[in-house]
Design a protein. Structure first.
Length: 140
């Protein structure tokens, strides 16, 4: 399993543990059109339940909740190293270099500071692309 998949699975799994399904709302019947001519029977049947809308996962809330369990606290909002540690993954340079390669980093992987900043923003952006609600300051 890829490193990003492990990050995503941790966050989305934590979210799944907390989901309380919302009650289904009845769909109002369509108003019929009144014409002077007889109305022909419908040839198609409308789906009574719309396709489910994917609920966004509040990434910051889940990570903050997880961080509350730790002492000392992790600075996951700023540090890819702390983010990886918070979710129980290895955070050494080799792991971060592998994650950088996985996510398409084109810079010099020997310059770990720049790579780490890029990695953090890229991970947050990818979480947003996969259904995560991520504060804009963490993506930019």
């Amino acid at each position: 399993m890829s490193i990003f998949s492990q990050i995503k699975d941790f966050i989305f799994h934590k979210h799944g543990d907390q989901i309380v399904p919302a009650p289904r709302q009845p769909i109002p019947a369509e108003e019929s059109l009144h014409t002077s001519e007889a109305i022909a029977p419908a040839t198609t049947v409308a789906d009574p339940m719309p396709a489910p809308v994917m609920e966004q996962v509040d990434v910051a809330a889940i990570l903050d909740q997880e961080n509350a369990k730790h002492d000392p606290k992790f600075n996951w909002r700023m540090s890819i190293v702390d983010l990886l540690k918070l979710i129980g993954l290895e955070s050494d340079l080799g792991v971060r270099q592998a994650l950088a390669e996985e996510l398409g980093f084109t810079g010099d992987i020997r310059h770990s500071g720049a790579m780490n900043v890029w990695l953090h923003k890229q991970v947050m952006q990818k979480l947003a692309e996969n259904g995560g609600k991520v504060p804009s300051e963490l993506k930019n």
